[in-house]
Each structure stands twice: as C-alpha cells, then as structure tokens.
Design a protein. Structure first.
Length: 138
C-alpha cells in the first residue's frame, strides 16, 4: 500500500513543503515495505512509527509558522486537521504498543497514514498555496 508521489496532483510548487511531503511519503513507504516482508520486526516498525511521528510534527510546525507569519485565513481549520491527525496517530501508537506490536495493527496504521496524508496534501494543503505564492514562498 505504498503511496506514489505524483507532482501534478500532490505537488504544491513550494519547494520546502513539497520536499517535506516527499520525505514523509518515503518514510511511510518504508513502513509499507517492512510490512511486505515475511519477517515482521515489531521493534523496527516501532522505531519507524516514531520517526513518522517526529517528522509529522516537524512538518506541521513548518506549515503553522507560515500560517501565523502570513495571516492565513484558513489557519484555524488547518491546525485543527493537524491536531486531529496527532490525536488519531497517538491512539494508533498506544494501541500498537498495548497489543504487543502486531502486524494487523501496523497495517491499520499504514492505511490511516496513506489515506490521511494523500487527502490532506491534495485537498487541504492546496488551499494555502495562493497565499504562499502571493508572499513569494517558493
């Protein structure tokens, strides 16, 4: 269930943000690769899930800094989406650890990540592009 980056539909033409999105997708795709192997390593998956959490927070901080600096009118709604993601992801991680890191839970997390990020990039993030371009954020 890897995510295929498509510049036409996913690219925002904002280099910093596109780079961060591509990096997140690379990390998520690494999770997909690990789940496709016959030898399931709960420890390796746990480490990767932590990396996804860390990089997601970093990315959200980047976007939200620009929202605050530029006075993005959709900031409240967009930040609420970020908070939703964080809460959902935390719940998934908690359940994953509580259940001893089983494969099915890891696959559920991968589905959530794939669905949420593609939708968020292609719909929500596209909404701030005009403001970023207006302020020559490339």
């Amino acid at each position: 269930m890897a995510i295929r980056w498509d510049q036409k539909t996913m690219g925002l033409e904002i280099e910093l943000i596109d780079h961060q999105h591509q990096r997140l997708i690379q990390i998520i795709n690494h999770l997909a690769e690990l789940l496709e192997t016959t030898e399931f390593s709960s420890d390796e998956i746990s480490l990767l899930l932590g990396n996804i959490a860390d990089y997601s927070y970093y990315h959200f901080q980047t976007e939200e800094h620009y929202f605050d600096t530029l006075g993005y009118s959709g900031s409240a709604g967009h930040k609420a989406e970020h908070r939703y993601y964080i809460e959902q992801y935390k719940a998934f991680l908690k359940n994953y650890k509580r259940n001893g890191g089983d494969r099915q839970m890891a696959e559920d997390i991968l589905k959530f990540l794939s669905d949420w990020w593609v939708s968020h990039i292609c719909i929500s993030d596209k909404q701030y592009v005009p403001l970023f371009r207006e302020h020559e954020i490339k």
